[in-house]
Design a protein around this ligand. Structure first.
Ligand code: ZN
Length: 499
């Protein structure tokens, strides 16, 4: 096969993968937002066939040769084409070593496990989910041993979500978070502030919908390329830079929940919408790792969205939409209200200070679970023990404990650390950004465009083009340093709680 033939075949392969991925993504979003409840049967059938096509499309005999040909001609290939071949080769190798029947059986196991997990969570019934988790762990271990027989299984799973992440790197990272943050969390808990009366609302959903549109405008999201839907669990799904969908969930008694979901998912959306045009419709039009994606969403959510400067434009918009609820509220009162901190049970509702310790608990459990040191039956007890030890909270039942997250039900072991890593990456990027632009003056004016332009230049535009080991140090001004992240949190909460 000549290089030109290989590039032509690569283009054909990507055209088909893009179309299949687009269809799957829209089906999924539709199913989770506006489709009628009973539509799942028909959608499941269509989705199963599309994933079979995706497998066959990538794992045909000529794909290996196509990609190899391009990889052997690095000097004659442009950067974008070469990287596309490199990324697809990784996916090809992963899928190729799994026999088709095993791949399909795993997809079926995941589908069933996700349904069972929902019932198990609703009924707080660990025993219902346990046999499925057992099978998922076996499947993930088998996958890891096929991919890299010489590596610890959990390192292989970490690498899937955060390229090159290992336990050797993450152990000291999480240890530093725990050692640095635990004393501050304890002191803050001892100075617990009451929830201010204005936060209690009520916040009519109709008004919150208007508020969301204004918040998206404030964040600089183009409504011609990104729309907002409503789901139980907020998410972002992007098929290309001109079509990104984000979702939120409204609570009548809590305006902050949806506000920060919109800002968070909006951060993911901005990343997807700012990837360079020449990478659209290819495997490069995506975030480079889960951690980098989370670094962007959590950047807007916390570093900008929960900053003192952002309270100026935020309060203005809140007073426009909710004049009665926000009557007499000052910027300082709003700043204090959006930064209340208290150790709690649920990760997704945790405040900025305690959040990464929720992640650390899951990391410890996953290491033991995949490493074979923790039996599935013992997970609830170990979960509850760690929550008491690390955060000082008593877990009343598994619904509010080890059944709260969906990740294990889709085989996503190794995913959680990305949330904490992303938060830490973001703080180091902010430090660099502050050297280049006057972040807080522009945020206080309600103009986030210089912030987004900086992130686009350093991160967004590249999509999957640059490797994380090249992209991150350049954007963060050096390697990952847990103490920059903990230093930021300690300073912020020492001031907020006058420690
Ligand atoms: Zn996210």
């Amino acid at each position: 096969m000549t290089l030109n033939e290989a590039i032509e075949k690569l283009n054909e392969l990507e055209k088909a993968s893009y179309a299949l991925g687009h269809a799957q993504s829209i089906l999924y979003t539709d199913g989770d937002t506006v489709a009628p409840k009973n539509s799942w049967k028909g959608r499941g059938k269509a989705m199963a066939y599309l994933s079979e096509l995706t497998y066959k499309q990538l794992v045909k005999p000529e794909t290996g040769e196509t990609l190899e040909t391009i990889l052997q001609h690095k000097d004659e290939t442009d950067e974008v084409t070469f990287r596309r071949a490199e990324i697809l080769k990784e996916s090809y190798d992963e899928l190729h070593m799994l026999p088709m029947e095993e791949y399909v059986a795993y997809q079926e196991l995941v589908n069933e496990s996700m349904t069972v997990w929902k019932d198990a969570k609703d009924g707080s019934d660990w025993n219902l989910f346990a046999p499925y988790l057992e099978k998922l762990i076996t499947a993930r271990r088998r996958f890891a041993s096929l991919k890299a027989p010489d590596k610890p299984a959990y390192d292989v799973l970490l690498d899937l979500h955060e390229k090159d992440a290992t336990m050797a790197e993450l152990d000291p990272f999480f240890r530093a978070l725990r050692e640095d943050l635990s004393p501050v969390i304890k002191e803050v808990a001892a100075r617990e502030k009451p929830v201010p009366a204005f936060l209690k609302g009520p916040w009519p959903v109709e008004k919150q919908r208007i508020f969301s549109q204004k918040v998206m405008a404030l964040e600089g999201i183009d409504p011609l390329c990104c729309t907002l839907g409503e789901t139980e669990h907020p998410f972002t799904s992007g098929t290309n830079k001109w079509d990104v969908r984000i979702t939120t969930h409204y609570h009548e008694d809590d305006v902050l929940s949806s506000l920060y979901s919109v800002i968070h998912e909006g951060g993911h959306a901005l990343y997807e919408m700012d990837v360079r045009d020449d990478m659209q419709f290819t495997c490069l039009a995506d975030g480079v790792t889960m951690g980098v994606h989370e670094s962007q969403s959590r950047f807007y959510e916390n570093l900008i969205g929960r900053s003192r400067a952002f309270c100026t434009p935020l309060l203005k918009v809140m007073k426009e939409v909710f004049p009665e609820q926000m009557k007499g509220v000052t910027e300082d009162e709003l700043y204090s209200a959006i930064n209340l901190s208290k150790p709690s049970l649920i990760r997704t509702e945790a405040d900025e200070l305690t959040y990464s310790l929720h992640v650390m608990i899951r990391y410890e459990l996953e290491k033991a679970m995949i490493g074979g040191d923790l039996k599935v039956a013992d997970i609830p007890g170990e979960w509850n023990r760690l929550y008491k030890e690390v955060l000082g909270v008593d877990v009343p039942d598994d619904k509010h404990g080890c059944l709260q997250d969906s990740h294990w039900s889709f085989g996503g072991m190794g995913y959680f650390p990305s949330y904490a890593l992303g938060s830490a990456y973001g703080v180091q990027m902010l430090q660099e950004m502050e050297k280049d632009i006057d972040v807080w003056t522009t945020v206080a004016k309600g103009d986030l465009s210089p912030v987004t332009a900086w992130l686009t230049e350093k991160v967004h535009q590249y999509g999957h083009l640059k490797k994380p080991c090249d992209l991150l140090p350049a954007a963060m001004g050096g390697p990952l340093d847990a103490t920059v992240y903990t230093g930021y949190l300690k300073k912020k909460f020492t001031e907020l709680y006058k420690l």
